[in-house]
Design a protein around this ligand. Structure first.
Ligand SMILES: [Zn+2]
Length: 236
């Protein structure tokens, strides 16, 4: 489907020349301030509020899809302020049409060159999916939609009962969502043209640190890998 894509010079002007690499540096610097308890709280003063009101527009430099969990607000853990990050949050970062449409606005209309899919440790949404995987019982209604979405991401993660199984599932879900979005109409065109990079990352609640995941979670499913014992769809 054709999209009303902004011309490259116009996008470059909107991003103020920031490349995806440069934006990662800015986010890393902000996270370093956050985790060392030296935040600067940039762009949160009255001057910034007035400037944004007078501009009557927003020009965030990055888009973030994060979990709705109250412990992981992107603006705080990247030490940024008003107008800096275009943030969409959903429990477990599970994308639906509303989430995807919101992200298309962020990367197409607001021209953010980097979209961060931000998972986090001890995610209760992923924990619910792990429970469903092990018990064969998927919640009903909207919660069932979310759990099913995460189950698609974690079905190949070997479950040997280790304590870090939840962590492996969080990583797999985050990478899976990033890959889903790379194929999403409205996003994939920009990925293919090199104007958008979608990167999965993991925030550790314990360490307050953001880790970039690349495209591979820390497990290697293969012919000899353990298969999760039971899927909800396998149950009568
Ligand atoms: Zn979560």
């Amino acid at each position: 489907m054709a999209i009303a894509q902004r011309a490259a010079p116009e996008r470059a002007a909107l991003t103020r020349g920031h490349t995806a690499d440069r934006i990662r540096v800015l986010l890393d610097e902000g996270n370093a301030r956050w985790r060392t308890f030296t935040p600067r709280y940039p762009h949160q003063d009255s001057g910034r509020r007035r400037a944004l009101w007078e501009a009557d527009a927003e020009h965030p430099f990055a888009s973030v899809l994060g979990c709705a969990d109250s412990r992981v607000p992107p603006e705080m853990l990247f030490d940024r302020g008003l107008g800096d990050l275009y943030t969409v949050r959903a429990y477990g970062q599970v994308p639906d049409s509303s989430v995807a449409g919101s992200l298309v606005h962020g990367v197409r209309d607001l021209a953010t060159p980097l979209l961060v899919v931000l998972g986090h440790s001890r995610c209760s949404a992923v924990r619910e999916a792990v429970t469903a995987l092990r018990t064969g019982r998927v919640p009903e209604g909207h919660m069932g939609f979310l759990v099913e979405g995460i189950l698609d991401a974690i079905e190949d993660v070997p479950d040997d009962g280790a304590r870090d199984f939840l962590d492996a599932c969080v990583r797999a879900n985050t990478v899976h969502v990033a890959d889903q979005l790379r194929h999403e109409p409205g996003l994939r065109e920009l990925v293919h043209s090199g104007e958008l990079r979608i990167e999965p990352a993991l925030y550790s609640i314990k360490r307050s640190r953001v880790e970039w995941l690349g495209d591979r979670p820390e497990y290697r499913p293969g012919p000899d890998s353990a298969v999760p014992s039971q899927r909800p769809s396998d149950t009568p």
